[in-house]
Ligand binder design. Structure first.
Ligand code: ATP
Length: 679
C-alpha cells in the first residue's frame, strides 16, 4: 500500500528515469510520513520512495540517493564535517515576509497562533497570488542552496542567507515551503529517526536488486504446478523478509563503524548490501559512534552480570570523551562523543599527542577521556574546568588548564580494525604501541578485581583520586568486542552519587556506600524546554525550569519534571542569560507538553545533567508515557549537577532508559520489601 501511495505521488510529479528527483515528490512523501504515527508505515513509505530514487537514477548517479537521504535526516554532510542547519526564527520570518509580500507583523502573529514556522511559510505561500508557475524545485537544487546557506559566514552572510531563502521560497509550491523552512530551522518534525532512514535505505537497496529480476507469469501452468509455484512464492516471501531484516542489520552495523553516507551510499549502490561490509570499514579520519555503558545500582549487580567471566574495572574519569585518529599521512584528529572535530578546542592536545605515540603506530584510532589537570600538582580537576574552554579558535598561549588524555581502548592499528578482538588484546596493543607522558598521556587506571570487596575498595580509591566512579568491562571472548554506538551491557558503570565538589576524603568514603546505593544508579541528561518566572528577589530571572527527555524514534521531547531548588543567584542569572535568546512564543511542535504550564518556552537546545532521588508515575508529565503505564514518569526532587555542553538536545536521555530506570527501582523496592512512589 505504501508503495502504491508513493508511486501515486511520483506519477503526479511526472518524474522520469535519468531526471533529477523532484523536490515536490519528496515533500509529498514527507507529508505522508508525517501523517502516520506507525513506525512500520513510516519505514515502508520511505523505503518505496528511496526505491524509486534508485530506479530512476542513471547508473553512475550516486548523488540522487545521497542527497535525498541527507534531506530526510536534515543534514548536509557527515557529523564530523560540522556544517549544520539551524537558522534563527527572525531571519526566517524576514525571508517569509519578503518572499510572500506579507507584512512582518502579520507573519509573526500567525506564528503565535500556529507555533510552527513551516506551516506559516506554507500558508503564506499558498495565500499569495502568482502570475507564473515557478520552475519546479529539484532535490539537487534545494540541497545546493541549503549548503550555501549553511556555509556562508562573515559580515554580509545574514543578508545573503535571507536572499537565498527568499528565492527558494518564491519557487515553492504545495507543501514544499513547509519542509524547506523546517529544514532550515534544523528540525523536519516528521518523526523520521535516523534508524528508520537506515532501515529504509537497506530495504530499498534489497528491493531494487530484487526488482531487477523478472517474476514469471503463472498463466498456462497446470493446477499442481501453480500450487507448487505459489508455495514457492510463499517461501520466497519469507526469504525476502529475512533478507530485508539482515540487510537492515548490515547497514546499521556498517554505519555505526563508518558514519558517513558520503562513503556508505556510493559503496552500497556499487556492490550491494551483501558485500557492503567488505567495502565499508572503520577508517581513520571518520569518527565512529562510541560505545556506551549501562548504569548499575550496586556492585552486586556487576557480579550477577559478569559471573564466572573475566572482567576489569577502570577509573571512570570525569572529563570529555576524545576519540583520537591518526591517518597514514600523519594527520591527527581528535573527535568528541558527538563526532565533532575538537582539534580547534584542543590545540595543546594536538601538540602533545605525538609524544605518546611510539614509532610502531603508523595509523590508529584510540578511545580516551580528556581530563583537566592542575598544572602545579598534577591532580585531576572536575569536568567544569574543561567545559569553560571555547570550542573553537583556542590559542595555546591563552590556555590556563592543562589537559591529560587517559586512554582506555584501541580500535584500529596500522591498517587493521580491532573492533572484533577481545578487549584484553586491544588493551595489550594499546600499551605496546603508546607510552605514558606524565601530565599529558596515561593509560586508564585499571584493576582486574574479582570480589565485591575489591571492587568496593577500587571505587573508593577512584573517588579519592577525583574520578566519577568505575567502568567495569568484559575482558575476554566475543562479549568484550567493541560495540560502536551501543549502550552495551558489557560495559557497566558504577557511580558514586555524592555532593560534587566535596573532597573531605573520610566523609566521602563513608558516604560512598550509602549514596550510590540510594540513588537510581545514574544521572540523566535533560533538555531545558521551558521556565517559570521567579518570585521575590528572583522576578527578573527564571526561578524554575521545565525539563524534558528526548525520544529519538518519535523525534519528540517529552516533559519530565520542574526543577527549581539548589540554584545560586549567580547560576540563575547565568541560566537566564543563556536561555533568554532561546525563548519561543509557543511550545515547539515536537514538545509533548502534557499538563506542564511554564511561563515561557524555549527552543530545545540546552542540556543539563540532573540527579534524582527517585522516579514516580505522573499524570502531568509525558516522559516514557505508555512504556510502563498510561501515565508518564517524573523525577522526584531533581538536583542540577552541571551543564552538558558536550551534548546536543538529541543526545538527551531517552524514554526507554527512563522506563528501564523506573523498572529497576520498582524491582529494588519489591526486593527490599518496601513500596514508595507510584503517586
Ligand atoms: P556520562 O554522562 O557519564 O558521560 P554518557 O551517557 O555520556 O554518560 P556512559 O556510557 O554513561 O556515557 O559513560 C561512558 C563515558 O564515560 C564515556 O563516554 C567517557 O566519556 C567516560 N569515561 C571515563 N572513563 C572511562 C573509561 N575508563 N572507559 C570508558 N569510558 C570512560
Amino acid at each position: 500500500a505504501a508503495l502504491s501511495r508513493t508511486r501515486e505521488v511520483d506519477i503526479k510529479g511526472g518524474w522520469k528515469v535519468g531526471e533529477s528527483v523532484p523536490y515536490a515528490a519528496l515533500a509529498k512523501v514527507f507529508a505522508l510520513i508525517e501523517a502516520t504515527t506507525k513506525r512500520i508505515e513510516k519505514t515502508s513509505l520511505l523505503t518505496s520512495f528511496l526505491l524509486l530514487v534508485i530506479q530512476r537514477s542513471a547508473k553512475s548517479d550516486t548523488n540522487s540517493l545521497l542527497q535525498t537521504v541527507y534531506l530526510c535526516i536534515n543534514r548536509l554532510c557527515p557529523d564530523y564535517v560540522g556544517i549544520e542547519l539551524g537558522i534563527g526564527e527572525s531571519l526566517l520570518l524576514k525571508a517569509i515576509s519578503e518572499s510572500t509580500g506579507r507584512s512582518l507583523s502579520v507573519v509573526k502573529n500567525e506564528l503565535k497562533k500556529e507555533g510552527d514556522l513551516g506551516l506559516v511559510a506554507m500558508h503564506s505561500k499558498n495565500s499569495q497570488k502568482t502570475l507564473f508557475k515557478p520552475k519546479p524545485l529539484t532535490v539537487p537544487f534545494v540541497f545546493k542552496n541549503l549548503e550555501e546557506i549553511a556555509t556562508s559566514a562573515g559580515h554580509a552572510s545574514q543578508n545573503k542567507k535571507v536572499s537565498i531563502i527568499t528565492k527558494l521560497l518564491a519557487a515553492c509550491q504545495g507543501e514544499e515551503a513547509k519542509y524547506i523552512v523546517r529544514s532550515l530551522e534544523g528540525k523536519l518534525r516528521i518523526g523520521n529517526a535516523e534508524r528508520t532512514v537506515l532501515v529504509a535505505i537497506a530495504h530499498a537497496a534489497v528491493l531494487a536488486e530484487q526488482e531487477r529480476g523478472i517474476t514469471p507469469s503463472l498463466a498456462g501452468f497446470t493446477h499442481a504446478e501453480r500450487s507448487s509455484a505459489s508455495a514457492n512464492k510463499r517461501s520466497s516471501k519469507e526469504k525476502l523478509a529475512e533478507k530485508l531484516e539482515k540487510a537492515a542489520e548490515i547497514i546499521k552495523s556498517v554505519y555505526s563503524e563508518l558514519p558517513s553516507y558520503d562513503l556508505v551510499i556510493p559503496a552500497l549502490l556499487d556492490v550491494g548490501v551483501d558485500r557492503l561490509k567488505e567495502r565499508c570499514k572503520l577508517t581513520p579520519g571518520v569518527p565512529l559512534k562510541p560505545m556506551l555503558a549501562k548504569p548499575t545500582k550496586a556492585i552486586g549487580e556487576v557480579l550477577d552480570r559478569f559471573e564466572n567471566k573475566k572482567f576489569t574495572c577502570e577509573y571512570k574519569y570525569d572529563g570529555e570523551r576524545a576519540q583520537v585518529h591518526k591517518l597514514e599521512d600523519g594527520t591527527i584528529g581528535v573527535f568528541s562523543r558527538n563526532s565533532e572535530d575538537m582539534s580547534k578546542k584542543y590545540p595543546d592536545l594536538m601538540e602533545q599527542l605525538p609524544r605518546c605515540v611510539k614509532e610502531t603506530a603508523k595509523s590508529f584510532v584510540f578511545d580516551s577521556e580528556a581530563v583537566a589537570i592542575d598544572k602545579a600538582t598534577g591532580k585531576l580537576m572536575p569536568f567544569q574546568e574543561l567545559s569553560r574552554r571555547k570550542r573553537k579558535d583556542v590559542k595555546v598561549e591563552d590556555i590556563q588548564v592543562r589537559v591529560c588524555l587517559f586512554a582506555f581502548d584501541l580500535l584500529y592499528l596500522n591498517g587493521e580494525s580491532l573492533l572484533q578482538r577481545p578487549f584484553s588484546e586491544r588493551r595489550a596493543l594499546l600499551k605496546e604501541h603508546f607510552q605514558e607522558v606524565p601530565g599529558e598521556f596515561s593509560f586508564a587506571k585499571a584493576s582486574d578485581c574479582e570480589t565485591v570487596e575489591e571492587i568496593q575498595a577500587f571505587l573508593e580509591e577512584s573517588i579519592k583520586d577525583g574520578c566519577e566512579g568505575l567502568m567495569v568491562k568484559m575482558l575476554e571472548t566475543e562479549s568484550s568486542y567493541y560495540e560502536p554506538s551501543r549502550r552495551s551491557i558489557n560495559w557497566l558503570k558504577v557511580y558514586w552519587h555524592g555532593q560534587p565538589g566535596l573532597n573531605v576524603v573520610d566523609k566521602l568514603v563513608a558516604q560512598v556506600k550509602k549514596d550510590y546505593l540510594a540513588g537510581i544508579g545514574d544521572s540523566l541528561d535533560l533538555v531545558v524546554v521551558g521556565a517559570y518566572y521567579g518570585k521575590g528577589k528572583r522576578t527578573n530571572v527564571y526561578g524554575a525550569f521545565l525539563l524534558a527527555c528526548y525520544d529519538a524514534d518519535g523525534e519528540e521531547y517529552q516533559t519530565i519534571c520542574k526543577i527549581g531548588t539548589g540554584f545560586s543567584e549567580e547560576a540563575l542569572q547565568s541560566h537566564y542569560d543563556t536561555l533568554k535568546p532561546l525563548e519561543t512564543m509557543k511550545p515547539r511542535g515536537d514538545i509533548k507538553v502534557g499538563g506542564a504550564k511554564p511561563d515561557v518556552w524555549f527552543e530545545p537546545k540546552v542540556v543539563w545533567e540532573v540527579l534524582t532521588a527517585d522516579l514516580s508515575l505522573s499524570p502531568v508529565y509525558t516522559a516514557a508515557q505508555g512504556l510502563v503505564d498510561g501515565r508518564g514518569i517524573s523525577l522526584r526532587f531533581p538536583r542540577f549537577i552541571r551543564i552538558r555542553d558536550d551534548k546536543s538536545a538529541d543526545d538527551a536521555t531517552g524514554p526507554e532508559q527512563i522506563a528501564e530506570m523506573y523498572g529497576r527501582q520498582v524491582l529494588a523496592q519489591s526486593k527490599g520489601g518496601k513500596k514508595k512512589g507510584g503517586g
